[in-house]
Write a protein that binds this ligand. Structure first.
Ligand SMILES: [Zn+2]
Length: 214
């Protein structure tokens, strides 16, 4: 007769999936944020899809990324790397094409050695990028999303984060849209529909610095 405590192959796979999360929680139970940096690329700031508003988020995002690195909050860049056949290209024209200069992260925010860099081909940072697997392996439960644009890629990334049960945090001085109204509406949508916590980079830096004992 099968015992109620028989461990099946499914249980082993389940444990394998969740073990890193548990281990990280035991190591440091309040260190479960990851910082996701969406599309702060040459083409979005200086190139084909440029907007004067985009450059405004670079200084605050730079400070946030640098404290995240020190506080051991994983920094994960998820960047457009389009192929000419991508559906998005029909709507927006060619931008951030894989391997091109326009698809590079802007110089001021260049990824460093221990950061993660993933490529995407649609708005969402989760869609066929391996981001969810990476977050699970790192034991992450909440995602801080920054970048461009609030009502497009940030919004679609937030939707996918929400569906997967991640808590969503948006520092409003590190996201932007092509117009002020779109940014305001984008932020309100994130708060209302995905229960995103809208905060500031200063507030997050204060929290992460606390972990460093500063
Ligand atoms: Zn794109």
């Amino acid at each position: 007769m099968e015992s109620a405590f028989t461990i099946g192959i499914e249980d082993i796979f389940l444990f394998r999936n969740f073990a890193p999360t548990l281990i990280r929680r035991f190591e440091n139970f309040d260190s479960m944020d990851a910082l996701i940096v969406d599309d702060i690329l040459q083409d979005f700031v200086f190139g084909k899809l440029k907007s004067n508003r985009a450059a405004g988020i670079i200084p605050s995002t730079k400070r946030l990324i640098s404290v995240a690195r020190r506080a051991r909050v994983p920094v994960i860049y998820v960047c457009d790397a389009h192929l000419s056949s991508d559906l998005e290209i029909k709507w927006w024209g060619t931008h951030a094409m894989k391997g091109s200069a326009g698809a590079r992260v802007v110089e001021a925010l260049k990824p460093k050695k221990n950061d993660y860099v993933l490529e995407k081909r649609v708005y969402s940072s989760f869609y066929e990028t391996g981001l969810d697997l990476l977050l699970r392996d790192l034991g992450i439960s909440s995602v801080v999303i920054v970048g461009l644009y609030t009502d497009i890629c940030v919004r679609h990334s937030a939707a996918d984060a929400f569906y997967r049960g991640y808590k969503i945090i948006i520092p409003k001085d590190c996201v932007e849209s092509l117009a002020e109204g779109e940014n305001d509406y984008g932020l309100e949508y994130l708060r209302k529909i995905y229960n995103a916590k809208i905060t500031t980079s200063k507030e997050l830096i204060r929290n992460w610095n606390k972990r460093l004992g500063n």
